[in-house]
Write a protein that binds this ligand. Structure first.
Ligand SMILES: *[C@@H]1O[C@H](CO)[C@@H](O)[C@H](O)[C@H]1NC(C)=O
Length: 207
């Protein structure tokens, strides 16, 4: 009786070990299967529109219609070659970035903020720091290979670029756009990456 139990224990643990090894092999194989996605984003134009100027807004009772920045862009994101059996879904986002400089706060405070990048090199100036602003304009979750190719001109930002305090971003400024992605697998760790930066000057028209 005892030896039967011991034998069964042994068998079930070797089944577990085999299973675990198989999962590792499977997760590693998808590293070799993976191909780089094709990614490209290009700025088209930007417009300031007034939101909530109609009845809905008046009923809501705010004093002023809200101004909102809408950014239009062309997007190519092709994950069909990057797709394989161990891809569960892909999160794609378009991110706009720009920099500002501001007076450096005193020592301790300066180190406290993770978004502050100390300026260096040519314009070396200890009293100023460069602050990078990153804003997600648009995103999508792709969950099958059939929809893994996005090829769109004239997409509009889903999320209006704003500062975290709600204020409007500057309407005339050098900016960049890029595509970011995260690939979530069935088994194993997720991977992420991003496209090259597309540089442009934001020059928003008031409508
Ligand atoms: C912001 O500054 C960083 C370095 O501090 C630079 O790599 C990046 O290209 C700048 N972004 C823009 C939009 O100019």
């Amino acid at each position: 009786m005892h030896s039967v139990m011991a034998r069964m224990n042994q068998m079930s643990s070797s089944v577990l070990v085999m299973g675990a090894l198989l999962l590792v092999a499977v997760a590693m194989s998808s590293q070799w299967l993976a191909r780089e996605p094709q990614l490209r984003v290009a700025f088209r134009r930007a417009q300031v529109v007034e939101r909530g100027a109609g009845m809905r807004h008046r009923r809501a009772g705010s004093a002023q219609p809200q101004k909102q920045l809408v950014v239009e862009f062309d997007l190519e994101a092709d994950f069909t070659q990057a797709w394989h059996w161990n891809v569960k879904n892909v999160y794609v986002s378009v991110v706009a970035s720009y920099n500002t400089t501001q007076l450096a706060p005193e020592g301790a405070q300066r180190r406290a903020s993770s978004t502050v990048v100390t300026s260096n090199g040519a314009t070396s100036d200890d009293s100023h720091v460069v602050v990078e602003h990153h804003m997600v304009l648009w995103d999508r979750v792709i969950s099958s290979q059939d929809e893994a190719r996005i090829f769109s001109s004239d997409l509009r930002s889903k999320y209006s670029p704003r500062h975290s305090d709600g204020s409007m971003v500057p309407l005339d400024r050098p900016m960049t756009l890029h595509v970011e992605y995260m690939i979530f697998p069935v088994v194993g760790a997720f991977t992420f990456g991003s496209s090259a930066l597309h540089a442009f000057v934001l020059n928003a028209e008031e409508s």
